[in-house]
Every structure is written in C-alpha cells, then in structure tokens.
Ligand binder design. Structure first.
Ligand SMILES: Nc1ncnc2c1ncn2[C@@H]1O[C@H](COP(=O)(O)OP(=O)(O)OP(=O)(O)O)[C@@H](O)[C@H]1O
Ligand SMILES: [Mg+2]
Length: 163
C-alpha cells in the first residue's frame, strides 16, 4: 500500500490509523532517511495505543518503553547502534514479538524480521513537506484486510493514496 503524505500531521494520522489496529506481539519496522518522518509516524502509532507521555527521540538509549493502554510500547532507535552486543542489551530480542508493541526505527541496523510486523518505508517526495509512505503487512493474516481498510479510510481524510 502506498500513500502520499503532504504534512507531518498527515503522517501522524496514518501512524495513528495503523496503531489502532495493532496488538501485543506486533512490531512496526520504520525505514527512511534522517528526518523522513519515522518518529512522527511512530508517535501516531503510540498515541493510538494509549501512550500519553511525550515520545522523545531516545538519544542515549537504544530503547525507551512507554505505558500504553494495557500494554507496553517499546520505542527502538537503532541509528547509533555500533556493536552487535549492544543489540542484546537494548532488549530487542526480549521485547519484539512478545509482551507489547515494538516500534523500531533503523531496523536494518539490527537485522531483525519479527512476525507479525508492518514495514513502513518513508521517502521524501517532490516538495519539502511531502513523503511517500509504503506500508507492507507481514504475518498479519486475518487482520490484514481490516488494517488496510483503516489505512485507506484515513487516506481519504489525510494522506492521499497513490494509484
Ligand atoms: N509529510 C511529512 N511527514 C513527516 N514529517 C514531516 C513531513 N513534512 C515535514 N515533516 C517534518 O520532518 C521531520 C521528521 O522528523 P522525524 O524525527 O520524524 O524523522 P525521523 O525519520 O525519525 O529521523 P531520524 O532518523 O533522525 O530519527 C519533522 O520535523 C516533521 O515536522
Ligand atoms: Mg526518529
């Protein structure tokens, strides 16, 4: 599924729509360059999951947990990961696919592919505030259709769907 977002707000809304459909054990892998909007999208997901605390960028830690509505949201930012051992201490293996929802920025640094997962790829488009957002659902099986509908419904109001 490919969407065109024209503002940070639209990206946040699309994240919120995806987040609303997530449950414990799910992971969201966020790909894209610096400033592409991964954190904006992740904040939308977290808000939909009941996180009320402001989600900052985990500058000095690779993972920051947040209390959501009956589950924990684990926000990973693996950008600064240098040593594979650090990955173990970040709690990545412990927390993905288990007791909460993992939102992972720069997942390619950690070489992870948990299931079920949503892969979200954000790319800068023609003008400054535009991003193409491609979402792929893997292992979501029975939920995939409902999620697709939620994203598309949101797309009517906010981000435009590309042909
Ligand atoms: N359509 C858009 N979608 C998302 N963000 C946008 C959009 N247009 C402008 N922006 C701006 O781009 C920036 C995206 O920052 P964000 O921290 O989400 O990027 P990031 O991908 O998480 O980067 P990093 O790799 O450094 O963590 C924000 O300042 C946001 O306001
Ligand atoms: Mg970020």
């Amino acid at each position: 599924m490919k969407f065109l977002s024209r503002s940070a707000d639209q990206t946040h809304k699309l994240g919120y729509a995806l987040g609303s459909a997530l449950k414990s054990g799910d992971s969201v892998l966020l790909y894209g360059d610096l400033g592409a909007g991964k954190s904006v999208f992740a904040r939308g997901c977290a808000q939909a999951l009941g996180v009320q605390r402001e989600m900052a960028s985990p500058t000095f830690t690779l993972m920051q947990p947040y209390e959501g509505d009956g589950l924990t949201v684990y926000h990973f930012d693996l950008y600064r990961l240098s040593d594979p051992d650090e990955l173990y201490f970040s709690g990545l293996e412990e927390h993905i696919g288990s007791d909460g929802v993992a939102l992972i920025e720069w997942p390619q640094q950690g070489d992870v592919s948990p299931e079920p997962r949503a892969e979200v790829e954000l790319r800068r488009a023609e003008d400054f505030d535009s991003r193409t957002i491609e979402i792929t659902l893997i292992g979501m099986n029975d939920r995939a259709d409902a999620i697709r509908r939620a994203l598309e419904a949101c797309a009517c109001a906010s981000a435009e769907k590309e042909p």
